[in-house]
Write a protein that binds this ligand. Sequence first.
Ligand code: PLP
Length: 388
Amino acid sequence: MDVNEKDTQVVYLDYNATSLIKPEVVKEMTSLLSLAGNPSSVHQFGRGARDVIETSRDRVANMIGSQPDEIIFTGGGTESNNMALFGSGRKRIVLSVIEHPSILEAAKSMLKYEGQGERSIEFVSVDENGVVDPSSVEKAIGSDGENVLVSIMLANNETGVIQPIHEIASLVKDRGALIHCDAVQAPGRIPLDVKMLGIDLLSISAHKFGGPKGVGALFISDNITLNPLVTGGGQERGLRPGTENVIGIAGFGIAADLVGQDLQNVGHIAKLRDSLENKLCSLEPKVRVFSKDAKRLPNTTCLSMPGVQSEMQVMGLDLAGVAVSAGSACSSGKVEPSHVLAALGLPSEDVGCAIRISFGWGSKKSDVEKLVSVWQAFYAGLSTRYSN
Ligand code: PLP
C-alpha cells in the first residue's frame, strides 16, 4: 500500500519501523530505472553508473560529517551492524542490553561460530530511563582495551532514548578500544556528526529517513581496518563485494541531502509528540510514558495503555486507520515482549501493554487528533465490553 497516495484517511505513525519514502527520492529512483552500465565497467555506461554512486557517497558523507571514502554502502542497518561486529576482529565485545537484535544476534552468533574461547560478550545494563552509564562501559572494557569493540546505539528504536555517545566514545578511546555506534534511528531526528561524536564505526539505513529500503552504509573511520563479511569482487574497497544497488544508493543520496529539512522541522515534530502524550495522559491517568525523563528523539513515544495487550492495541488502531507498532517491528509479524522495556525494570503488565508511536516528515496535527479520537473510542469500547 502506498500511504502517500492510497488513502488520505490512513494515519501512518510508524516512522521508526520505516519512514514514508520522500517524493524526491521516488522521482530520482524512477528516473534511473533504465540506467545501463555496471559501475565497475570502464566504458561510458559504467562510468555513468559509477557517477551516481559517487555522488551519493558524497551526499551521505556530508550528512554525517565524514570523508566520502569512509562510507561503505551496504544492504541496510542490519548488514552494517553485522559488518562492524564480525569485521573488527576484536575478541571482546561490549554491548548494552538494549541494542537492536541486529547487534545482539550478531554478537551471539559470533560466539556460536567462532567459539566461546575465541570471543566473549560483556553486557552493560541501563538505568530505569534506559540510559547507559558511561562509567559502566569503562568498567566493562577493563584493562585490555586493544582487544575490545564497544557497540552502543545512538538512539533506541523503541523508546527513542539518546545515549551519551560522545562521553562513552571518549572513555572508549582512552582505553584503546574501538567504538561502533548503531545510529540507524538518528538521521533527520537529531544532528549527526561522526567526528564530533568521536566514533570509529557507525551504521545508518536509508529507509529510516525517507530513503528506500534495503540500502544503508557503514562509516569506517580512515584509521580503521575491517574484514569483509562476504568475499568476491573488489567493490566498496573489497569490503562489500557484489555489483552495487545503484538505484537504491541514488535514493539514499537524495534522502541524505534532504535530512537538513527534517532537522529544521523537529520542533514541529516534538510538539506533535508532546501534545499526543499530554492528551492521552489526561484522557487516562493510568497511561504510562516510558523514559519520559530521559533525553529522547523528538519523534518517538513509547507508552502503555493499561490492561490491553500491545498486539490487540496495534490491531484495533489499525482497523480504525492508524498505523503504530508494538515495540520493535518483527520480521515474522509476531510481537515478542520487548527486551528494551524489560531492561528498564518495568513490570511485565506494562511491557505487555506498550505501543510505540513514531512521527516523521509527513506527520500533521490532524494525525494526532485522529489517533487520540480512535484511541479514546477503542479504549471506551473495551471498558464497556469488560464491564458488561
Ligand atoms: N538498528 C536499529 C536501531 C533499528 O531500528 C533498525 C531497524 O529497525 C536496524 C538497526 C536495522 O536496520 P535495517 O532495517 O536497515 O536492516
